[in-house]
Design a protein. Structure first.
Length: 323
């Protein structure tokens, strides 16, 4: 007769104890294997972060960035630095004439007398004519005031005004560009490098809409810059070659049918365009006492097509009015 096996005393207790210890461990391991509700377990690369953030905003709005013609955009409320909309805001762009925001603020910070008269050297004009650069209308040998050159930079986007200021204030364009890059570093524009004062295309001349927003916010704190940036037109003083002066018109305001968009008023701006940069725009608007800046870049089209950079501004600002 087979003997009945005798159970070892305490084996059941040990099994129960092991179960109590093992189950929490398994639970913890499982938690670490599951993706978090807020972020992936494995961190994204910078490129992946940019891809994942494209098309998203920091504050819900009715607008989808897919509606924008511009490949990059950022909208910021100035009083609290709140980003209300962004699209590829840290992606590399060619800033075209948005460059002249930096040209103007650096010039202003190196001018002691805005009414000082200077003569534009003949040497700066030939290459600009060859490049078909946008011009304010000054001529070789023209004697003009520094303040009129500043308006010539920003309103008609005059390349001769930009390079003229560079030669007069720094001795050469390359010397002045060094000052521009130093200012970019000072402002924390880490993804920006300037190669010229005009925005004419150069592969080593680049930025992001995020960096341009930092620049514009800084520049707007300068009262003279703000006056120039928000002017719809300006007539220069009489010169030796233009006794009646020259009247400039803002390239942005002249392309807008209205500045009032459903309660939002556009009060300043600077356009930009090259074939490589596409249509760009940096603008300032006000709604219910609050100021906003919008930077867009990379819209299709050119100076002869519909101005999709301005169309995007109307789209964004009209949506802002609904908030």
């Amino acid at each position: 007769m087979k003997k009945r096996r005798r159970k070892k005393r305490g084996s059941g207790r040990r099994i129960l104890l092991l179960s109590i210890l093992i189950i929490p461990v398994i639970y913890v391991i499982t938690l670490y294997q599951l993706p978090s509700a807020d972020a992936p377990f494995f961190p994204l690369s910078n490129d992946e972060k940019n891809d994942s953030q494209a098309g998203k905003t920091n504050q819900p709005t009715d607008i989808s960035v897919d509606e924008l013609y511009s490949s990059s955009a950022i909208l910021i409320r100035l009083n609290d630095q709140q980003i209300l909309l962004e699209k590829n805001s840290s992606n590399k762009i060619y800033p075209a004439s948005l460059t002249k925001i930096m040209t103007t603020i650096v010039a202003l910070e190196n001018i002691s007398d805005q009414q000082q008269k200077v003569v534009l050297p003949d040497s700066i004009f030939h290459d600009l004519y060859e490049a078909n650069a946008s011009m304010a209308g000054f001529l070789p040998g023209e004697e003009v005031s520094l303040i009129d050159l500043l308006y010539g930079v920003m309103l008609p986007s005059g390349a001769e005004s930009s390079i003229g200021l560079a030669y007069i204030l720094a001795g050469s364009e390359s010397n002045f560009v060094t000052l521009m890059n130093q200012k970019a570093v000072q402002l924390g524009m880490d993804n920006t490098h300037f190669a010229n004062t005009t925005g004419l295309h150069d592969s080593d001349h680049y930025s992001t809409v995020e960096d341009i927003a930092v620049l514009l916010e800084y520049a707007l704190q300068n009262p003279t810059f703000r006056d120039v940036f928000t002017a719809a037109s300006h007539t220069t003083a009489s010169t030796n070659l233009h006794p009646e002066g020259i009247t400039f018109h803002s390239t942005m305001f002249s392309r807008m049918d209205t500045t009032d968009i459903a309660g939002v008023k556009v009060i300043g701006g600077k356009t930009g365009y090259t074939g490589q940069a596409g249509l760009c725009l940096a603008s300032l608007a006000k709604e219910n006492g609050e100021e906003y800046i919008l930077i867009t870049a990379g819209a299709d089209g050119d100076t002869q097509t519909e101005q999709y950079n301005i169309t995007d501004a109307f789209t964004v600002y009209s949506n802002l009015a609904k908030e």
